[in-house]
Design a protein. Structure first.
Length: 307
């Protein structure tokens, strides 16, 4: 109920711009342009963690973009999920185009829709979800999936990653400490393995700093393909009302937000007529990560053309 009332308040009585604080608007035109007005770019942290997929970001994690993300994540400005999702969708498209160029003309995800795109959000910790009342990355991913479908792409969110163990707060940790903190922390829920074999996997998150979270998520997805139907260490899926694997018990409520951000539920049992298995893209039935996308990344990670 708290989430529903907060949603209603955001829609009916917008307080101030999430980016600059301008009154009586959720996100002003200038901040909206800063968030999603530019072309998404490839980003790479230094040092780059092992196993990090190619990542694209919509903008730099600074100034208005940083303020907008924090307003959504920490202050419960849920109406910002729409523009943040649109920005993430742009980053996903940039990553898919990049992957298409590398894979060859026979795999063209942005056009034709032959391969369904599965947006796999990096999960927040249970304690953080309870404290915030929502999972920010998942909410933004749902908005991004809706935006991608409006652009003609077959896309849906696959919330199949779950935490196998508790991790420490990442704030204040350097890149090496974050890698150690997250090593082996994620796994794919058993029922999610079959789902991941039904499309092109794109890892998504709200922010990338050191890349440790995305690298661990990529490791967990790759590890899922080694066991037919089960991922090592996972204890079983938690079902939600959309018939997909949920990461948290509280995600039953979270899944209802799919309607609020303009996307629609899709049952995992339905397969498009010309669907190409993600394993065919990766080779030998192995689940592969096509790319990763984030709303924002640290400014230094945009400087990838250095020796």
């Amino acid at each position: 109920m708290r989430g529903w009332w907060r949603d209603l308040g955001d829609l009916v009585l917008p307080g101030e711009c999430g980016g600059c604080g301008a009154p009586r608007t959720v996100l002003c035109a200038r901040c909206r342009a800063v968030l999603g007005g530019g072309a998404a770019q490839r980003v790479r942290p230094v040092p780059e963690p092992p196993g990090l997929p190619r990542v694209h970001a919509a903008g730099r994690y600074a100034d208005e973009v940083r303020a907008t993300l924090l307003a959504h994540k920490e202050r419960g400005a849920l109406a910002l999920a729409g523009p943040l999702g649109a920005a993430l969708a742009g980053a996903v498209l940039a990553g898919l185009r990049d992957a298409s160029a590398l894979a060859g003309a026979e795999v063209a995800w942005p056009r034709g829709g032959r391969v369904p795109v599965l947006l796999v959000p990096v999960p927040s910790g249970r304690r953080a979800v309870r404290a915030r009342g929502h999972d920010p990355a998942r909410r933004i991913a749902l908005a991004a999936a809706g935006e991608l479908r409006r652009r003609g792409l077959s896309a849906r969110v696959a919330g199949v990653l779950r935490q196998r163990r508790a991790v420490a707060d990442q704030a204040g940790l350097n890149s090496r400490q974050r890698l150690a903190n997250l090593a082996g922390a994620l796994a794919v829920a058993p029922a999610g393995v079959r789902l991941l074999r039904g499309g092109a996997v794109v890892l998504v998150d709200d922010v990338m700093t050191t890349g440790a979270s995305l690298a661990e998520a990529a490791r967990a997805v790759r590890a899922a393909s080694h066991a037919p139907g089960l991922s090592a260490g996972a204890t079983g899926p938690i079902r939600n009302d959309a018939c997909t694997s949920a990461v948290y018990g509280g995600e039953t409520w979270e899944s209802r937000e799919e309607q609020n951000v303009g996307s629609r539920r899709e049952r995992t049992g339905r397969r498009p007529a010309r669907q190409v298995n993600a394993g065919a893209v990766a080779g030998d039935g192995v689940i592969g990560v096509v790319c990763a996308a984030v709303v924002a990344a640290s400014p230094d990670s945009f400087e990838i053309n250095r020796n």
